[in-house]
Design a protein around this ligand. Structure first.
Ligand code: ATP
Ligand code: MG
Length: 586
C-alpha cells in the first residue's frame, strides 16, 4: 500500500500528525514544569512571608510554624541565627538537644544559606531519606531568623501525566481524522489518475479513439484534457502516416522494377508487387534466399557496410533463367538496404536475337551471292564459249537470283510485320474468299507434287474475320505452301474453317506429311529456324515463312499455334477475331 500514491499521501499525513503529537508531548513537559514550579515558588514565598509577619507580631516560633503549616498544607521550618531549629510544622514541640542535633545539617542547605546572605533562596531536591523532589523556599526574618517553607512537587507530576493523557487522546482523535481526510482526498485524486492511466494503456494497445473527457477544473482535469489533446495529435499523425504509406505503397506497386528493403540483418521487410511477381512472397527471408545470386549477396553485404553498387545478376526464378540489373544502396543511418531490380531478360534476349538475326541474314544472303559470283566468274573465264555449259550456268545464276529475290522479299515482309510504324488496316475479310485465293495460287505446286488440296467448313453462312487482306493472304499462302512443301507426293493438305465462338474464328491448315519432332515445335516460329536446314534449303525455304506468319497473326490481334506428330502430319491453327461483314449492318 505504501507504494501507491494513496498509501504515500495517507502515510505522510499520518506521519505529520504523529510528529505533531510527539512534539507537543516533548514540549509540554518542561513548559508545565517551569510554569508550575514558578507558581508554587510564589505561593511558598507568600506562605514564608506570612510566617515572618506572624513571628514579627510576637508569635511563638513553633506554634506559628504549626499553624501556618497546617493552614497552607506546607512544611514550615524556622531556623535561629545559629542554625538552631526554632519551629517545625512536621514535629512535636521541640525538646532542646534532640532537635538541634537532627537539624544542624538542614540549616546549612543552599536555600537557607542564600536566605541568610541575600534575603531569600530556593532549591528543588529530595530531602535526606526521601525520593520525592520537594521545592524549598527560604526567607530571612529579623534577627538572623530564617523561615523555610517546602512542599512536594507531586502535583506538578500529576498535572504532567494528566496533560500527557489529554495530548495522546486528542492526538489519537487527530490521527483518526487525518486518516479519514487523507483517504477521502486520495480517493478523489486517485480515481482520475487511474482513469488517465487506463486511457493511456488503451491507447498503447491501439485503441486510438479513447479519450478521458475530464470535466474537473483542477490540475487533474488539465492533465486529462492534455491527454485528450495528445491522443488527438497521435490520431492525426497516424492518419497522415497511413495515407503517406498508402501513397508510397501505390507508387511502389506501380513500379515496373522489383523493390525490396531489408533490415540491419539483411532480412527482407518490404517488397512491391513487381518483386512479388519476380520472386514470390519473400518477406522475412534474406536477399540471397529470395534470389539466388552470389553477386546480389555481395552487393547487399556491401550496402550493409554503406557501399552503394549496381550489378547485373544471372539467376533462376522458378525454372526461368533471368537476368536482372540490380541497384543496391544503404538506407540512411545504415538501417538496412534498399534494392531495385530491373528484369532485363527480354532486353538481353532481344539483343541476342538481333545479333543472331544479322549473322543469319548475312549468312543466308552470302550463299546465293557466292554461287552467282562463282558461276559468273566461270563464265567470264571462258565457259561462256561452251553453249551447253553456259546455258546450265546461266540457269543456276537465275535460280540463285530468284532465291536471293525471295530472301530479300521475305526480309522486307518480316520487317514490315515487326515494324510498329507499318499500319495494318483491319477490316472484315471474307474467309472463304481469302482461302480460295490462297489455294488458287498454290494449285500448280500441289498438282506437280500430286498433292490434293481440300477445304472444309465453308458452309452456306459466310464467316468474316477482322484482318488485313494482304497479311491474311500471306499467312494462308505460307502455311499451305509449307504443307505442300513438307508433305510427300500423294499427300493431302486441308484447310478447315470454323467459328470457335462468338468472338473468334479458327483457320486450320493440316497436312499428312512427316510431321515435326517435339523439340523443334517451340522453335519453328523463330527467324531462319529450319528443322532440317539442308533439305529445307534444297526445297527453297529461307526459314522466315513461319516468323512472318506469327507476326502477321499477332498484328491482326490473333495468334498461331502448331500441333504435330512425327509421321502423322502437322496442323497449324490460326485464331482471328470475328467480324461482321461490312455493310451488313450491326
Ligand atoms: N507443314 C510442315 N511439315 C513439316 N515441317 C514443317 C512444316 N511447316 C514448317 N516446317 C518446318 O519448319 C521450318 C520453318 O518453316 P518456315 O515456313 O518458317 O520456313 P521455310 O518453309 O523453310 O522457308 P520459307 O517459308 O521462308 O520459304 C521449315 O524449315 C520446316 O522444317
Ligand atoms: Mg515456309
Amino acid at each position: 500500500m505504501l507504494g501507491s500514491l494513496r498509501g504515500r499521501i495517507v502515510g505522510a499525513i499520518l506521519l505529520v500528525t504523529l510528529a505533531g503529537m510527539v512534539q507537543s508531548l516533548l514540549i509540554s513537559d518542561p513548559l508545565i514544569e517551569g510554569q508550575e514550579t514558578r507558581r508554587m515558588e510564589r505561593e511558598l514565598a507568600a506562605i514564608a512571608r506570612t510566617t515572618v509577619t506572624r513571628l514579627v507580631r510576637g508569635g511563638e516560633a513553633h506554634d506559628v510554624a504549626e499553624q501556618v503549616g497546617s493552614l497552607a498544607s506546607a512544611h514550615v521550618v524556622i531556623f535561629g541565627p545559629e542554625g538552631e531549629l526554632l519551629g517545625d510544622s512536621a514535629q512535636l514541640r521541640p525538646t532542646g538537644e534532640r532537635l538541634r542535633d537532627t537539624l544542624t545539617e538542614d540549616s546549612r542547605a543552599s536555600e537557607v544559606m542564600s536566605a541568610r546572605t541575600e534575603g531569600s533562596g530556593t532549591s528543588v531536591r529530595a530531602p535526606l531519606g526521601s525520593r520525592t523532589d520537594r521545592l524549598f523556599v527560604a526567607v530571612r526574618a529579623e534577627r538572623g531568623v530564617v523561615v523555610r517553607v517546602d512542599r512536594a512537587l507531586t502535583p506538578v507530576d500529576e498535572m504532567r501525566s494528566n496533560l500527557r493523557f489529554v495530548i495522546v487522546g486528542v492526538g489519537a482523535a487527530a490521527l483518526l481524522l487525518a486518516w479519514l481526510l487523507s483517504e477521502l482526498l486520495t480517493r478523489s485524486l486517485a480515481r482520475p489518475i487511474a482513469e488517465i492511466a487506463r486511457a493511456a494503456d488503451s491507447l498503447t494497445a491501439g485503441d486510438i479513439g479513447v479519450r478521458v473527457r475530464s470535466e474537473r477544473d483542477d490540475e487533474l482535469g488539465g492533465l486529462g484534457r492534455s491527454f485528450d489533446r495528445m491522443a488527438d495529435a497521435i490520431d492525426q499523425r497516424i492518419a497522415r502516416m497511413g495515407s503517406e504509406e498508402a501513397q508510397l505503397r501505390t507508387i511502389l506497386d506501380a513500379m515496373v522494377e522489383g523493390v525490396f528493403v531489408t533490415d540491419r540483418e539483411g532480412r527482407i521487410q518490404l517488397t512491391n508487387a513487381a518483386l512479388q511477381r519476380l520472386a514470390g512472397r519473400v518477406e522475412g527471408r534474406t536477399a540471397v534466399e529470395a534470389i539466388r545470386s552470389a553477386d546480389l549477396h555481395e552487393a547487399v553485404a556491401g550496402a550493409l557496410r554503406g557501399v552503394e553498387s549496381s550489378v547485373t545478376i544471372e539467376t533462376r526464378l522458378g525454372l526461368d533463367p533471368r537476368i536482372l540489373a540490380a541497384q543496391v544502396a544503404p538506407l540512411p543511418g545504415r538501417k538496412g538496404v534498399v534494392a531495385v531490380l530491373h528484369d532485363v531478360t527480354e532486353l538481353k534476349l532481344a539483343d541476342t536475337v538481333r545479333r543472331d538475326f544479322v549473322a543469319n541474314a548475312s549468312h543466308e544472303l552470302r550463299t546465293p551471292l557466292t554461287a552467282i559470283r562463282g558461276f559468273a566468274e566461270t563464265l567470264a573465264d571462258g565457259a561462256i564459249g561452251d553453249p551447253v555449259l553456259a546455258k546450265r550456268f546461266l540457269g543456276r545464276i537465275l535460280e540463285h537470283s530468284v532465291r536471293l529475290q525471295r530472301l530479300v522479299d521475305d526480309l522486307l515482309e518480316l520487317s514490315r510485320a515487326e515494324s510498329p510504324d507499318v499500319v495494318f488496316t483491319l477490316e472484315p475479310v471474307d474467309v472463304s474468299a481469302a482461302v480460295a485465293k490462297a489455294l488458287r495460287g498454290l494449285e500448280r505446286n500441289a498438282t506437280e507434287k500430286q498433292i490434293t488440296l481440300g477445304v472444309e467448313g465453308l458452309g452456306s453462312t459466310a464467316l468474316f474475320v477482322q484482318a488485313d487482306a494482304v497479311a491474311l493472304d500471306h499467312v494462308l499462302v505460307n502455311l499451305i505452301d509449307n504443307g505442300v512443301k513438307y508433305t510427300p507426293e500423294g499427300g493431302h493438305v486441308t484447310v478447315r474453317v470454323r467459328a470457335a465462338d462468338d468472338d473468334y474464328a479458327e483457320l486450320e491448315v493440316a497436312d499428312t506429311g512427316g510431321g515435326i519432332a517435339q523439340q523443334h515445335l517451340s522453335r519453328i516460329f523463330e527467324r531462319f529456324y529450319r528443322v532440317d536446314s539442308g533439305r529445307a534449303r534444297e526445297i527453297g525455304g529461307t526459314g522466315l515463312g513461319l516468323a512472318i506468319v506469327k507476326h502477321f497473326a499477332q498484328r491482326m490481334g490473333g495468334e498461331v499455334t502448331v500441333e504435330s506428330k512425327l509421321g502423322r502430319g502437322t496442323t497449324f491453327l490460326v485464331r482471328l477475331r470475328r467480324a461482321r461483314p461490312s455493310g451488313a449492318g450491326a
